[in-house]
Design a protein around this ligand. Structure first.
Ligand SMILES: *Cc1c(COP(=O)(O)O)cnc(C)c1O
Length: 395
């Protein structure tokens, strides 16, 4: 049997194997401590849940317009204006089943076969696969912890070709937690749009920020940016609504319209009940969000301090999201507990087998010298997990 080009070219999620192994161990009754979570360990705010229940009881069960329910699109426009100083009309908004679907729709609208999409690396694993689905070519722009995992106008200039169609920006970043400043964004994004390159700005961690840093939406950085940047956001991270599947894109009407056409023939749009809940999430009390960020902040400080005390591990203090991305490549050069460790997969596998701590290897994010540790887990788990890691390396 010959499978399609997409089926042959799109990779499985390499992080899934580790997660599956951790789950298997846990099912056997082993005390596994998981640091793989790509979602908050907090519950959906009560007012949001109640809005969904009310929607069901009110019989809000039919298809909504493909691009989103009018009240949600209005609420998103208000939110973008208030939080991001971005002026959009509802015709410039596409609501999707998660930010992931919104991003895929936009990639399919922008990229043709043979086009190139620049992906700053380390990167969120789905960007590259979406570009491949579109038949285009992912071009990785590598960064390291030395430059705080940030690209610059200069490094970007080196990978632009006549086929470059788009650039992915993701600040605050998954997996590194890094946040670009306004000055940095202005240089990079203004340069890209001057060259005629479209930018997808994935702002899903927008509100999960520390140390008083500010989030800047690149579409605000000038008229050309407004015309070429597509802003993507969602409810999964900030409102802990990962399973509810709700996200959106905002941008030029022509792009949003074309993306809506694609969605017309795939999912017909997001779940109606979730959309009602989304209105409440945006308009209701934001205290649960503030509480969650405070908790994340305590964990962030603790985990970075602990990691940097471990020989062979070095970790930047991230300013956003809920991940740390420590460099562990110094550990690759020696034997650990009698076993040789050559890369991030080896290290993560060994740690899971010997200490029952589940980290995520950096390789699938394009950065084998690192591992990703999510601190969307309790402080007690963090203490216990890092204790085990430290003890194991000392042994
Ligand atoms: C979680 C995540 C998404 C996708 O979120 P959904 O709205 O659940 O589809 C997109 N981008 C990044 C960087 C993420 O970490």
């Amino acid at each position: 049997m010959t499978l399609s080009r997409i089926a042959r070219e799109v990779k499985t999620s390499a992080t899934l194997a580790i997660t599956a192994k951790a789950k298997q161990l846990a099912a056997k009754g082993v005390d596994v401590i998981g640091f793989g979570a790509g979602e908050p360990d907090f519950d959906v705010p009560e007012n949001v849940k109640n809005a969904a229940i009310k929607a069901i009881k009110d019989g809000y069960n039919k298809y909504t317009p493909t691009a989103g329910a009018p009240d949600l699109k209005e609420a998103i426009c208000e939110k973008l204006l208030k939080d991001n100083q971005l002026k959009y009309t509802p015709s410039q908004i596409l609501v999707s089943a998660g930010a992931k679907q919104a991003i895929l729709n936009i990639v399919l609208v922008l990229c043709d076969s043979g086009d190139e999409a620049i992906i700053p690396s380390p990167y969120w694993v789905s960007y590259s696969e979406m570009v491949i689905m579109a038949g285009a070519k992912p071009v990785f722009l590598n960064t390291t912890d030395r430059e705080h995992f940030k690209i610059t106008k200069e490094t970007l200039a080196k990978v632009i070709t006549p086929r470059t169609k788009m650039l992915f920006m993701n600040s605050p970043n998954n997996p590194t937690g890094m946040v670009y400043t306004e000055k940095e964004l202005r240089e990079i994004v203004c340069f890209a749009v001057e060259k005629g390159i479209y930018v997808i700005s994935d702002e899903i961690y927008e509100k999960i920020l520390y140390d008083g840093v500010k989030h800047i939406s690149p579409a605000t950085l000038g008229d050309e940016c407004y015309k070429k940047v597509i802003t993507v956001n969602g409810f999964s991270k900030v409102y802990s609504m990962t399973g509810w599947r709700l996200g959106y894109a905002a941008g030029p009407e022509e792009i949003i319209k074309a993306a809506t056409n694609i969605q017309d023939h795939t999912t017909s749009g997001a779940n109606s009940i979730t959309q009602k809940a989304g209105v409440e999430a945006l308009k209701g009390n934001q205290d649960p969000v503030i509480f969650m960020i405070k908790e994340f902040d305590k964990r962030r400080r603790y985990i970075v301090e602990r990691l940097n005390k471990i020989k062979g591990v070095s970790c930047l203090l991230p300013q956003g999201a809920f991940y740390v991305f420590p460099r562990v490549s110094d550990l690759y050069k020696r034997k650990i507990a009698g076993q040789s460790v050559a890369n991030s997969f080896d290290l993560v596998n060994l740690l899971l087998e010997k200490t029952f701590v589940a980290f995520v290897p950096g390789a699938p994010f394009g950065a084998d010298d690192y591992i990703r540790i999510s601190y969307a887990t309790s402080m007690a788990n963090i203490e216990k997990g890092i204790d085990r890691f430290e003890k194991f390396l000392g042994s």
